[in-house]
Design a protein around this ligand. Structure first.
Ligand SMILES: [Zn+2]
Length: 212
């Protein structure tokens, strides 16, 4: 089985393969590992690679309208994205002058309700961040800095409500625990017992953080 892949060599000892949501395959290994060993390794992994590549391809095909900006997600549902002089969100469609303006429109229309939800969840779990903001990120949904200021990617507005709630709980838990240790995941599961499934569903939307 042959794959196109990016090879990253470094002082590491082991070999690993990862596949991005856009189906880019990356192999990481030592400086000296011979090519034949890499091919052997990929052969051993071929069943897994094929499964993931196919799953990603299905999702990317299912979302080609979103990737090509003919549709846009809002609360987990696809709406037609219409280029128009007036900018608005209706139950039928999202209207913007240009694709770049989705950020401004979504922030204007969705921020207040979102911040209220963050507040409510924060009260519920009794974790208080120093501040909460919304901005655009590439490749991430949110961030909690060392001073416990939370920042969320405005693209969380595109997510289904329950997945968005998981992102909020995740970032709030970082106020108490600034890493992804077992203790952190225990905390997340206390407030969101279904977090594993939600986390998995979130990854199916990760491509959104790369296309705007
Ligand atoms: Zn995290």
């Amino acid at each position: 089985m042959k794959y196109e892949y990016k090879l990253i060599r470094s002082p590491r000892k082991s070999i690993s393969v990862s596949i991005s949501n856009q189906n880019e395959i990356t192999v990481r290994c030592s400086w000296t590992l011979p090519k034949s060993e890499i091919i052997k390794f990929l052969d051993q992994k071929s069943e897994w690679i094929e499964k993931v590549v196919e799953r990603n391809a299905c999702r990317l095909a299912y979302n080609d309208d979103v990737i090509e900006h003919r549709s846009v997600y809002l609360n987990g549902k696809k709406l037609p994205l219409i280029i128009s002089e007036t900018e608005k969100i209706t139950p039928e469609a999202v209207y913007v002058k240009k694709v770049e303006n989705i950020e401004k429109l979504y922030k204007k229309e969705c921020s207040a309700a979102f911040l209220k939800t963050v507040d409510e969840i924060s009260d519920l779990v009794m974790i208080k961040p120093a501040s909460v903001g919304i901005r655009k990120y590439r490749g991430r949904w949110g961030c909690c800095d060392s001073r416990n200021n939370l920042m969320f990617n405005y693209m969380v507005f595109m997510l289904p409500v329950d997945v968005r709630r998981y992102v909020i709980v995740h970032e709030l838990c970082h106020v108490l625990c600034h890493n992804h240790s077992q203790a952190f995941w225990k905390l997340v599961s206390d407030y969101e017992p279904n977090y594993k499934e939600l986390k998995k569903r979130l990854t199916t939307f990760d491509f959104l953080t790369q296309i705007y």
